[in-house]
Design a binder for this molecule. Structure first.
Ligand SMILES: Nc1ncnc2c1ncn2[C@@H]1O[C@H](COP(=O)(O)OP(=O)(O)OP(=O)(O)O)[C@@H](O)[C@H]1O
Length: 259
């Protein structure tokens, strides 16, 4: 076992398997995410992206396989792995009877940070993510985009080395998306690693240095964006890898005038 060093992948996934009843959601998935990369994970609905990212970050117990963050085993050494990771899970289960500022403070204090540092970072994050107007509103009453932003703030407050974000731009308005992009790009420029799942190919092409295409619980292609695109657009390549565009059945009854 090696400790956190920069010459090992930020995230190394080996033979990850997860089964839900009859469904093999993740089917022996291997992936190395280089330190300092902005890594996009794309794939069709039900491909296994969320399940993989959940197993990679200690949220969902794998049936088999292992996940290491900077060399630290996520499942065998959770106390060492947790500080290295900032996680924005899908379908966040937040303590939503707190206000936004309270939630960020809670996340920071839970990581063992001092109250002063937490307070300063909380104010920075609320400003950077344009959440100051949320004030005394409970997170339960936030809009979907505000909820995503407050969850991102909680993922950032302890300054992790690796950010794992499940669809971070979903439901976020364009102004906030620009702010989030800037935060993530600065994080990577400073040596951090971002892993994000997305369905928006244009966004992945614009932001990511690397990409993995996942289908049927396996990695179908992975590497630098240019290697995976292989001279095509990412969307074309994606459709090619996933078996090509299928014919859409005509919904002959779908006419405003039909009865
Ligand atoms: N908790 C669960 N119980 C049962 N089946 C599940 C559960 N979570 C995921 N699955 C199944 O596992 C498979 C992979 O789901 P997953 O959510 O990982 O896909 P995804 O690539 O993130 O999809 P999407 O792009 O739609 O978010 C799907 O068939 C899904 O129905």
């Amino acid at each position: 076992m090696s400790g956190p060093t920069s010459d090992v992948p930020a995230l190394a996934l080996r033979g990850l398997v997860k089964r839900f009843g009859q469904t093999l959601a993740v089917a022996g998935l291997d992936l190395d995410i280089p330190a300092g990369s902005f890594y996009g994970v794309v794939g069709p609905n039900g491909a296994g992206k969320t399940t993989t990212l959940s197993m990679a970050t200690g949220l969902l117990v794998p049936d088999a396989g292992e996940a290491r963050v900077h060399g630290v085993d996520v499942w065998r050494q959770p106390a060492q792995a947790a500080p290295l990771l900032g996680i924005l899970p899908d379908g966040m289960r937040l303590f939503d009877r707190l206000t936004g500022p309270e939630l960020i403070s809670y996340a920071g204090l839970l990581r063992g940070m001092s109250a002063e540092v937490v307070a300063a970072r909380r104010d920075d994050l609320l400003a950077a993510l344009d959440l100051r107007a949320g004030g005394a509103t409970l997170v339960a009453d936030y809009s979907a985009g505000m909820t995503k932003k407050i969850a991102l703030a909680c993922a950032l407050v302890h300054a992790p080395r690796v950010l794992v974000l499940d669809e971070p731009f979903e439901a976020v308005d364009p102004v906030s998306a620009t702010a989030i992009r800037a935060i993530l790009e600065r994080f990577v420029a400073a040596g951090g690693t971002v892993v994000m799942s997305s369905h928006v190919m244009a966004l992945v092409e614009r932001l990511c240095t690397h990409v993995a295409v996942v289908g049927g619980g396996r990695v179908l292609a992975a590497g630098s964006l240019d290697d995976v695109r292989a001279g095509q657009g990412l969307e074309e390549r994606f459709v090619g890898l996933l078996g090509g565009a299928t014919e859409t059945p005509e919904l002959s009854w779908l006419r405003p005038s039909s009865d």
